[in-house]
Design a protein. Sequence first.
Length: 155
Amino acid sequence: MRDKISFIRLPVVLIIIFFLGRLLMGAALGVNKSTYDLSNRLFSMVILQVHVAVLWAAVGRRYRGYTMGQAITTVVLITVISQILIFAGTALSYVVGADTLFTFPEALNSAAPVGFTEALVRRTATFIGNCILTAVAGAIGWGLGGLVPAKLTQQ
């Protein structure tokens, strides 16, 4: 497991940057539909999770010799860290009464604002769903890992 944790440092830093980017955009521009849409274009944590799942599984196969199971474990670990940040961002926003992009109705798959309990139930469902999604993306990435060059050649 220590090997996997050291291997995911870069994706985790990217996840943290995207998390902070969403927080700062909401604070700087206000929480509304246009800010939410802009933050999704610039700092979508779920899209980042999927991209990292495909790429990191492929890189893990090529350069670390990961089996499909090891590659999937690695990308799901990245997703769990990302989803914990999203879940915590949502919960803390409700606890302190802050209006953030993590509590925006569309972020919670709702047309209208939802209460604390419903928000956490929705986040739990997306936590599980995103872990499954990135496991599948990781399996695809592992399958594509043979396309990653074994070593770089000088031109």
